[in-house]
Design a protein around this ligand. Structure first.
Ligand code: MTE
Length: 308
């Protein structure tokens, strides 16, 4: 039987009311085949997120249908429906991640060892895209810091660089030159080690759908969605700040930090409000996407623009 209980949340993970995060330890030591069967299903998709923590108000979840049908995954095309339509080309099994660079124990970790080797939790996070829309998604995953710890970063590891699979057969739009493939992203080490930073292997109680970044993706809830890189195959621990794909393409539009900030306009989209995909309604965008209490200290002393 899978272990499923609601733990006491560590204080640092509790978000204030209406911030849309809950956390439940849902399983331990299960293989890929059993993930879907093991996930709890009650009171979830299409409804209010269950609220296992007193004081953290539930937020309305985006339906699974919308979350898996309206996507950005440029490896499959540039329209919002392209990923759902074309992501069947991707074969996420077998899968492995290579971790290299400034680590005492660099190496490769296979997906089965990830699924069986880390305690998976459900975390309900908002995802705020730089284009001005947002979703609320129940992810299944574990903190990135747990994976990095396995490889024992050295003190020279100041940043973490991530890469998506590069295979135009599985990712047909990689034949195009929209981006200098593979898609790359990066975090500063303290951002990567922050307990909110998640490696997600599923959502809505099921294995990660291909269009959402199967079999494993990053979720950094206080940053614009483009930082949350999908279908990761490579992680490098580096000393110099990496250049992300979007930053390389349009540095005036996509900063490295990309922290959600309603006060910093994007050249093409004002960032003061966002359209919630579950009902099309608009709400005011919150600084750090509402996670400021947990993360603002990471940016003390940085100016607003640098912060973007
Ligand atoms: N990762 C890769 N490899 N390729 C992409 O095109 N798009 C990003 C991010 N991760 C993207 C990616 C953007 S712009 C957003 S908003 C989110 O994924 C969207 O995630 P979702 O489709 O699961 O909502």
């Amino acid at each position: 039987m899978p272990r499923y209980h609601v733990p006491e949340p560590p204080a640092r993970l509790i978000t204030p009311p209406a911030r849309g995060i809950t956390r439940r330890t849902v399983m331990t030591g299960l293989g890929a085949a059993t993930l879907a069967a093991a996930m709890p299903r009650s009171g979830r998709a299409d409804t209010l997120a269950a609220d296992p923590w007193p004081g953290s108000a539930p937020d309305t979840l985006t339906s699974r249908e919308v979350a898996t049908g309206y996507n950005n995954f440029f490896e499959f095309g540039t329209s919002k429906s392209d990923p759902a339509e074309h992501a069947h080309h991707l074969n996420p099994t077998p899968w492995q991640i290579e971790v290299s660079g400034h680590a005492h124990a660099p190496g490769v970790i296979h997906m089965e060892d990830i699924l069986s080797g880390f305690d998976l939790e459900e975390r309900i996070y908002r995802l705020r895209c730089v284009e001005g829309w947002s979703k609320v998604i129940p992810w299944i995953g574990f903190p990135l810091q747990h994976l990095l710890a396995r490889f024992d970063p050295t003190s020279d590891a100041r940043y973490v660089e991530f890469e998506t699979l590069h295979d135009p057969v599985q990712m047909p739009n990689q034949t195009g030159d929209d981006i200098d493939w593979p898609y790359r992203e990066g975090l500063r080490m303290d951002e990567a080690m922050h307990p909110l930073t998640l490696l997600a292997v599923g959502m809505y109680g099921e294995m990660m759908p291909n269009q959402n970044g199967a079999p494993i993706r990053l979720v950094v809830p206080w940053k614009y969605g483009f930082k949350s890189i999908k279908s990761i195959v490579r992680i490098r621990l580096v000393s110099e700040r990496p250049v992300s794909s979007w930053e390389a393409l349009a540095p005036r539009e996509y900063g490295f930090y990309a922290n959600v900030n309603p006060e910093v306009r994007h050249p093409r989209w004002h960032q003061a409000t966002e359209r919630r995909l579950h009902d099309g309604g608009r709400i005011a965008t919150e600084k750090f996407n509402g996670y400021g209490e947990q993360v603002a200290h990471l940016y003390a002393g940085m100016d607003l623009f640098e912060n973007f």
